[in-house]
Design a protein around this ligand. Structure first.
Ligand code: SF4
Length: 344
C-alpha cells in the first residue's frame, strides 16, 4: 500500500455514470447520463460543497465516489490507489475509511434497533474496538455528537429529527472515517436544527480533520461550511473553485442565477420571479452544445452546437463561452458577472 499526505484523499477522473431506461415497444432502450465526465478531488480535512438543482446528478456522483454506483467510464482513486476496478484490498480500505450521512435521519437507522445497537453493530462488524469496550465507545460517540449516553437505549422513533441525525452522524463516526459524504443531510430538518448540525459538522472537521463532501441545494449553508464548491448541471460540473471566489464572482450564468437566489446575500434585493427560466431538460435527452443553452439568457448561436470551452483563473474553473479570466462586468439578470460585449 502506498500513501502520501501530499495526495488528494479522493480523486475522480472523468467519471461517468449511466442508467438504462426502458424505451417504448418499438423504440430502442435509452440510457440516462446521470453523471458525465466529472473530474474533482478532495484533500484531507477539506470540505467540498456539491450543489445544483434536484436531478443534477449530485447524489449519484456522491454514491459513485464511494463505489456504491457502477461507474461506466473514468476512475476514482482513494489515497492514491485506484478503487474503480481496483484491488479488493483497496476497495475494502475505501469502505473502512469512508461513511455516508443521509437526508432522512429516520430511514438511515434501523427502527427496530436502539441507537446504541445501531452504533455497536458498526463497531462489531468492522472490528473497531474489542467487544468489552463497545459500550464505552458507543457512549463516547453519543457524547461526541451532543447526545446523552443514556440515549443509547432509545429507538429512532423516540428521537426528534435533529437528535436522530446526530445519532446517524455518531454511527458514521463509528467507522473512524477520513471522508464523510453528507447527502442533503440537513434538508429535512427545521432551520434552527440545520444550524446545529452544520455547527457539529464544522466542529468535527476541525477536531478530527475529517474531509467532507457536502451535497446540498441550499447555497447559503454551503457558503458557510465549505472550502470549495462544485456546481453541477445535468450531470456535469459547470463551475468549481474556492467558495469565496465562486460566490463573490460566479462565472457561469447558472451559478450566477443560483447565487442571486440566496436571500441572505441581500435581503432587500428583488429577485427575478424565475431566475433560471423553467425546469431543467430531461437527462435522457440532454441538449446538444452547452446543456444549459435552452435556459441561458446569454446563449449565443454556437452554444446550441458547440461544447463550451473550459476557462480557468487560478483555482476557479468554469465552462462557458462568455467570460475570459479577468472579465468583471455584471450579469444583469442574475446578479453574477458577464462580459457585456459578448451578450446576445
Ligand atoms: Fe450560456 Fe452559452 Fe455560456 Fe452555455 S456556453 S452558459 S449557453 S453563454
Amino acid at each position: 500500500m502506498t500513501t502520501s499526505a501530499n495526495w488528494p484523499l479522493l480523486e475522480a477522473d472523468n467519471v461517468s455514470v449511466t442508467f438504462p431506461v426502458s424505451g417504448g415497444l418499438f423504440t430502442a432502450k435509452k440510457r440516462v447520463h446521470a453523471v458525465s465526465n466529472v473530474t474533482l478531488s478532495i484533500a484531507p480535512g477539506e470540505t467540498l460543497g456539491l450543489v445544483g438543482e434536484s436531478g443534477s446528478g449530485k447524489s449519484t456522483l456522491g454514491r459513485a465516489l464511494l463505489q456504491l454506483e457502477h461507474i461506466a467510464d473514468g476512475e476514482v482513486r482513494f489515497d492514491g490507489q485506484r478503487v474503480t476496478h481496483g484491488l479488493r484490498s483497496d476497495v475494502a480500505r475505501l469502505r473502512q475509511q469512508t461513511a455516508m450521512i443521509f437526508q432522512d435521519p429516520f430511514a438511515s437507522l434501523n427502527p427496530r434497533q436502539t441507537i446504541g445497537e445501531s452504533i455497536a453493530e458498526v463497531l462489531r462488524v468492522h472490528k473497531k474496538v474489542a467487544r468489552p469496550a463497545i459500550a464505552a465507545r458507543v457512549a463516547e460517540l453519543l457524547t461526541r455528537v451532543g447526545l446523552r449516553p443514556e440515549q443509547a437505549s432509545v429507538r429512532p422513533g423516540q428521537l426528534s429529527g435533529g437528535q436522530c441525525q446526530r445519532a446517524g452522524i455518531a454511527r458514521a463516526l463509528a467507522m473512524e472515517p477520513r471522508l464523510i459524504v453528507a447527502d442533503e443531510c440537513v434538508a429535512a430538518l427545521d432551520v434552527s436544527i440545520q444550524g446545529q448540525i452544520v455547527n457539529l459538522l464544522m466542529e468535527l472537521r476541525e477536531t478530527m480533520g475529517l474531509a467532507i463532501l457536502f451535497i446540498a441545494h441550499d447555497l447559503s449553508i454551503v457558503r458557510r461550511l465549505c472550502d470549495r464548491v462544485a456546481v453541477m448541471y445535468l450531470g456535469r460540473i459547470v463551475e468549481s473553485g474556492p467558495s469565496e471566489a465562486v460566490f463573490r464572482s460566479p462565472r457561469h450564468p447558472y451559478t450566477a442565477a443560483l447565487v442571486a437566489a440566496i436571500p441572505e446575500i441581500d435581503p432587500d434585493k428583488t429577485l427575478p420571479a424565475d431566475p433560471l427560466g423553467g425546469e431543467p431538460p430531461s437527462p435522457v435527452a440532454i441538449p446538444q452544445g452547452c446543456a444549459f443553452h435552452p435556459r441561458c439568457p446569454y446563449a449565443q448561436v454556437q452554444c446550441r452546437t458547440d461544447a463550451p470551452p473550459t476557462r480557468r483563473h487560478a483555482e476557479h474553473v468554469w465552462s462557458c463561452v462568455l467570460m475570459q479570466a479577468g472579465d468583471n462586468a455584471i450579469f444583469p439578470l442574475t446578479g453574477g458577472y458577464k462580459d457585456e460585449a459578448q451578450a446576445c
